[in-house]
Ligand binder design. Structure first.
Ligand SMILES: Cc1ncc(COP(=O)(O)O)c(C=O)c1O
Length: 278
């Protein structure tokens, strides 16, 4: 039923990975003198896959198209919430709350919004490096500064958290937001529960807002530890947002949908000021 050997032709679909890479990576699509043509590159720069979408997903989209009108829509009937609730419960034993679930056209736009809602102009974000490049770019676009805490490299492909450095940097008066990536891009680390509990202690100790970007949580190696949503590590901490999406899991990035859980009512209220957020 699932064919992982089929080569899907993506030409002329405006695939960013194959056709948009020149301007995205090199800054301009004009006057570029690259030593290789587009077919000579192995396009591994952006996280989407060459597998076709699962037939169940394509069928559901076709069914929706058969309804013929694609006017303004939102998530009124609870079916989106129920689907995400079941997913989080079955996979992660996490009971989500409806009031905390918001949707966004992607995790990146959600990061930008939360950065803006949480940080005043003179306050900073902290994230770990090596890190997903958009954490820095989101701060840049929102005109907020950031500092970083390096992971410790063991020289053999393994990375661990530098807890002393994290403690020191979270203690700074100007650091009010910690952006954590779990599982971690780009190292591929799935943090153990023990590591996450230590991170949680530091977040609580320094009373910072935490975003846990968990977009990669459904894709893990067989022998990796189970993913634990940070919401379960910090069950009563208000200043928390969790970012998840079906986009990486099911290769749906072009649909631009993500699920953002925000505990903090004040931040949720700011988010909902936009009229199209339910
Ligand atoms: C850690 C992380 N967060 C967010 C994103 C992008 O999320 P979205 O496409 O929903 O904006 C990526 C994409 O590679 C990612 O690796």
């Amino acid at each position: 039923m699932y064919n992982f050997d089929k080569k899907v032709d993506r030409r002329n679909t405006n695939a960013m990975k194959l056709e948009g890479y020149e301007s995205y990576i090199f800054g301009s699509s004009k006057n570029l003198d690259l030593p290789y043509g587009p077919d000579d590159f192995i396009h591994m720069w952006v996280a989407d896959m060459e597998f076709a979408c699962a037939p169940e997903i394509l069928d559901a989209i076709r069914d929706r198209l058969d309804r013929e009108i694609l006017g303004y829509t939102s998530n009124y009937d609870g079916s989106l919430f129920n689907a995400i609730k079941k997913w989080c419960k079955d996979r992660y034993g996490w009971e989500i709350e409806r009031k905390e679930l918001l949707t966004s056209e992607g995790v990146i736009p959600a990061l930008e919004r939360i950065i803006k809602y949480v940080l005043k102009e003179d306050e900073k974000a902290l994230f770990q490096t090596p890190g997903y490049g958009q954490f820095a770019l989101c701060c840049d676009r929102m005109n907020r500064d950031y500092i970083t805490s390096d992971l410790i490299y063991d020289g053999e492909g393994g990375y661990t958290i530098d807890f002393d450095d994290l403690d020191e940097k979270l203690a700074r008066d100007d650091v009010k937001l910690f952006i954590f990536c779990s599982p971690h891009n780009p190292t591929g680390r799935v943090w153990t529960e023990e590591e996450m509990k230590r991170v949680a202690e530091l977040v609580k100790k320094h009373d910072v807002f935490m975003i846990s970007d968990e977009i990669h949580c459904d894709l893990r190696r067989k022998d990796a530890p189970k993913h634990v949503p940070f919401a379960k590590i910090l069950p009563d901490y208000e200043k928390l947002a969790i970012c998840m999406a079906a986009s990486k899991t099911f290769n749906l990035a072009g649909l631009q949908q993500s699920a953002i859980f925000i505990r903090d009512e004040k931040v949720r209220r700011k988010w909902k000021k936009k009229p199209w957020d339910y």
